[in-house]
Ligand binder design. Structure first.
Ligand SMILES: N[C@@H](CCC(=O)N[C@@H](CS)C(=O)NCC(=O)O)C(=O)O
Length: 215
């Protein structure tokens, strides 16, 4: 069955696509234009009642939380493509630990920066400069913890690339690219080496080549 991924132009769906490429799973994409409000169309809401992308459709099996989707495919196809979950339960524990860190410590501030630095003017609302400043400070503190972690481990969960690293790719790409805040990465030696490593993986380069950002 070919997996359909909705919304490939946007960051969270790119998390899913990078995982499917690493796992060598066949997929096709369905565009959803958030700037035109297509994620609030009644037909789309039948698939994703909260009105966000991604959604995946695998036959009649539908999922719509990007981190749940990557866990599902990494587990379902554990022995195919890159193993993204670790070989032991202890390694799996670390993968889960750092996936949760990404979702709850890293993502809130980088998501706020994305919305206010990149999307506000396109979406017709003024960027909140206080929120931008506060989010950058919070993200800096999170990255300081990453710097410490990555000074002792090549990747977040240990010495192997995993979902925990992969999950950081889409929004960090915005940070170093369209947001012009590359210094947040390059000023931290170990974070910088980690970013160079994970962002140069063929899977991520393919995602960038195939699916241009929305603007
Ligand atoms: N927790 C969700 C968040 C998905 C998400 O925030 N998607 C953004 C695009 S990157 C979106 O659809 N935004 C539109 C909106 O919030 O109205 C996931 O990880 O799948």
């Amino acid at each position: 069955m070919v997996v359909k991924v909705y919304g490939p132009a946007f960051a969270s769906p790119k998390r899913v696509i990078a995982c499917l490429i690493e796992k060598e799973i066949e997929f096709e994409t369905v565009p959803v234009d958030l700037l035109k409000g297509e994620h609030k169309d009644p037909e789309f809401l039948k698939l994703q009642p909260f009105g966000t992308v991604p959604v995946t459709q695998d036959g009649d099996y539908v999922l719509y939380e990007s981190r749940a989707i990557i866990r599902y495919y990494a587990e379902k196809y554990k022995s195919q493509g890159t193993d993204l979950l670790g070989k032991t339960v202890e390694e799996r524990g670390q993968v889960e630990n750092w996936l949760e860190v990404e979702a709850h410590n890293f993502n809130p501030s980088i998501y706020a920066l994305t919305l206010h630095v990149m999307f506000a003017s396109k979406m017709g609302f003024p960027p909140d400069e206080n929120l931008i400043k506060e989010s950058e400070e919070k993200l800096g503190k999170v990255l300081d913890i990453y710097e410490e972690r990555l000074s002792k481990n090549k990747y977040l969960a240990g010495d192997f690339f995993s979902l925990a690293d992969l999950s950081h790719l889409p929004f960090t790409q915005y940070l170093v690219g369209q947001m012009g805040k590359e210094y947040m990465i390059t000023s931290r030696k170990h974070v910088s080496a980690w970013w160079d490593d994970i962002s140069s993986r063929p899977s991520w380069q393919k995602v960038l080549q195939l699916y241009a950002p929305p603007f």
